[in-house]
Design a protein around this ligand. Structure first.
Ligand code: GRF
Length: 201
């Protein structure tokens, strides 16, 4: 299966996905990495692995729909089977969500539905929760509201800062995201309404 990764920043999850493709844990390949940010380190990671790295500047488009239409066309042209959001900082418009309905995943650094949106890690620290974690979910039109595929908890310690908690969450993300992607590729994810089950297909 051909994967597209959309990333705005550092791209450590992208790296985990590239590594999982390399060692056979993901039976697919990253066809293209797209970023809204010219300086995203994720683009450099893609380049190093001979993956097409494309910056699409949102300022060249009149609105969100127009921007997403350009991305949709690019993805369709490359026969992409799954779109993976990895630290992608833009909310998808219905244009893209409908074009790849049920074929877009995101990873979020909290146990959704707690702390959606920006700074999920800081939100957890500020709220004072004792447990947080990360969530892999399908993307719908809302902000981090789509059906949940996998979740894993991590403890929050008294001495934690957003940075130390983020680091603990990242470690789990790098394991969880490739697993969710391979479950999808293997046809093992079954959606019934909001609930996502793993079957033995
Ligand atoms: C991750 O923590 C992910 O949960 C969130 O953005 C962060 C991206 O990190 N959506 P990276 O760019 O993959 O290192």
């Amino acid at each position: 299966m051909r994967l597209a990764v959309l990333a705005s920043g550092y791209g450590s999850n992208l790296q985990a996905i590239i590594d999982a493709v390399g060692n056979g844990k993901i039976k697919g390949r990253v066809e293209i990495v797209i970023s809204d940010n010219a300086d995203a380190y994720a683009l450099e990671r893609a380049g190093r692995h001979d993956i097409a790295a494309v910056h699409i500047d949102p300022r060249r488009f009149s609105d969100r729909e127009d921007y997403d239409r350009a991305i949709l066309t690019l993805l369709q042209g490359k026969n992409i089977g799954l779109v993976v959001l990895a630290g992608y900082m833009r909310l998808l418009s219905p244009v893209l969500v409908e074009g790849f309905r049920g074929k877009i995943m995101n990873i979020h650094p909290s146990l959704l539905p707690s702390f959606p949106g920006l700074d999920g890690v800081q939100q957890a620290i500020d709220y004072g929760v004792k447990v947080s974690g990360c969530t892999v979910h399908f993307v719908d039109e809302g902000l981090d509201t789509g059906p949940i595929i996998l979740q894993e908890a991590v403890p929050v310690y008294d001495h934690d800062t957003a940075d130390s908690l983020q680091e603990r969450i990242h470690e789990v993300e790098h394991r969880l995201y490739p697993r969710a992607i391979q479950l999808f590729i293997a046809g093992k994810l079954n959606l019934e309404g909001r609930r996502c089950f793993q079957n033995e297909a």
